[in-house]
Ligand binder design. Structure first.
Ligand code: LLP
Length: 436
């Protein structure tokens, strides 16, 4: 049995892959390929799991969906329905969240180089929290708030100096990072001194994010203790008591058979208990805990469908199987050496017979989706399913080689719904300005 079949995914009586009660062959036919398919029931389950875990532990909390993992109007609406907040990292994500009807008070704004215009928009829209990342941002935000005579709720993002042993491009909590005020060198303390002295800032807490696709709970526990240690120190020396402790996201998910993550809510349990204990030991009032899961809410709920085309078998070297998409809608393999699992959606019970490298249609040798995939005999016209592609796939898509970005559908209870249209060739030239 394929252990990458999450949520409602199953093999139906036709031996086809079915998700959300919808036959993926039918979806491929109706919407075309490449196609992103999201299992909405699974997204809801994951979202609810986080909230319930905190509630069961009696911990005040906020679960903030890190929308960089997958951003479109419909996903913010699902998050809203499930009582989640969201974080955004650009005016574009902020605009999309607001357009989707997200309550501005439930939006947190992140980023290491927010522009004046982006910060001004956030202030104008009265968004719930700005997570201030650096000294330049303090200056910009101060000017904006003074001009508008407003006060803004902020958290300070700090770099706790924790190396969470994940891919170096995805690591963010270590000292050598572009994100946040470094604790060890005293930058974080300096930031506290500055914002404490400014009436336009309402500092409510601190934030850290130690990285992404992390399996070990130890890294999160280390971060929690380091953050509580910082807060205890700041209470003693600056009389600052945090109402909020935001510990970011980063909970690992399963991409391949050998990945063995805990369930997202288990990480939350460990984190919440660790903060509770650390606070109790230091007689520190338990702050509200915020988390920012992205990948762990949407990755396993997403499946990409492709149509198989050309093959090139190089005897004793490699078998290349090309599909009708590639690095344009999923750059993770090319960028991070990410590993994925694939299957033939039209024949899910066929035994694996060959090792193939699944590649795309882009003019680039690095355009690989799955290296050395163990597959049944793959033939042109097969519908290939790639599992766990719901996070950082569509959201990192590009128009390289002028390929239109794919459509996205939500499936739930036997119904499918187009939530992002496939781009047309006309869309591709819509921002171009011809010379004549
Ligand atoms: N909070 C902050 C401040 C973050 O920077 C991130 C991710 C998250 C939350 C959500 O992390 P998650 O729960 O999704 O792991 N493009 C890369 C991942 C980059 C993550 C960036 N920050 C990838 O495809 O693996």
């Amino acid at each position: 049995m394929n252990s990458l079949l999450f949520g409602t995914a199953k093999i139906n009586e036709k031996k086809h892959l079915e998700i959300g009660g919808c036959d993926t062959l039918q979806l491929a036919k109706e919407y075309g390929t490449p196609l992103y398919v999201y299992d909405v029931a699974l997204i809801r389950e994951r979202a609810q799991g986080f909230n319930e875990t905190f509630t069961d532990l009696g911990v005040k909390h906020r679960v903030t969906y890190a929308s960089k993992a997958f951003s479109c109007l419909a996903i913010y609406q699902v998050m809203k329905e499930e009582g989640l907040s969201c974080d955004v990292v650009s005016a574009g994500e902020l605009y999309t969240a607001l357009k989707a009807g997200m309550d501005p008070a439930q939006i947190a704004f992140h980023g290491n180089n927010k522009t004046y215009e982006e910060l001004a928009l956030a202030v104008d829209e009265n968004i719930g929290a700005i997570i201030v990342d650096n000294f330049y941002e303090i200056t910009l935000l101060k000017e904006i708030l003074e001009n508008k005579n407003k006060t803004q709720t902020i958290l300070l993002r700090v770099a706790p100096g924790i190396d969470a042993h994940t891919h170096e491009f995805i690591m963010t909590g270590q000292e050598d990072s572009k994100f946040g005020f470094d604790i060890n060198s005293g930058q974080a303390e300096r930031a506290l001194q500055i914002v404490q002295g400014e009436s336009h800032f309402d500092l409510v807490g601190v934030h850290c994010h130690i990285g992404s696709q992390i399996f070990s709970t130890d890294a999160f526990k280390m971060a929690s203790s380091k953050m509580v240690e910082l807060l205890v120190d700041w209470r003693k020396r600056y009389d600052f008591v945090a109402q909020i402790l935001n510990l970011g996201g980063g909970f690992g998910v399963k991409y391949i058979e050998s990945d063995d993550p805990l369930e997202g809510k288990e990480y939350v349990r460990e984190i919440a208990l660790s903060v509770k204990n650390n606070c109790a030991e230091n007689e520190y009032p338990l702050p509200e805990i915020w988390i920012e899961p992205g990948r762990s809410i949407v990755a396993e709920a997403g499946t990409s469908l492709y149509t198989v085309g050309a093959r090139k078998d190089i005897p004793t070297v490699r078998n290349y199987v090309s599909v009708d998409g590639g690095m344009g809608e999923n750059i993770r393999t090319a960028l991070y050496d990410a590993e994925y699992t694939a299957a033939i959606a039209n024949d899910m019970t066929a035994p694996n017979e060959e090792i193939v490298t699944i590649t795309g249609k882009y003019c680039e040798s690095g355009d690989v989706l799955v290296k050395n995939a163990s597959m049944p005999k793959v033939k042109p016209g097969d519908i290939l399913a790639m599992f766990s592609t719901g996070a950082y796939g569509y959201s990192m898509a590009s128009n390289y080689n002028r390929n239109p970005r794919p459509a996205v559908v939500f499936v739930e209870n036997g119904h499918s719904r187009l939530v992002v249209k496939r781009e047309t060739y006309a869309d591709l030239v819509s921002a171009d300005v011809p010379l004549y």
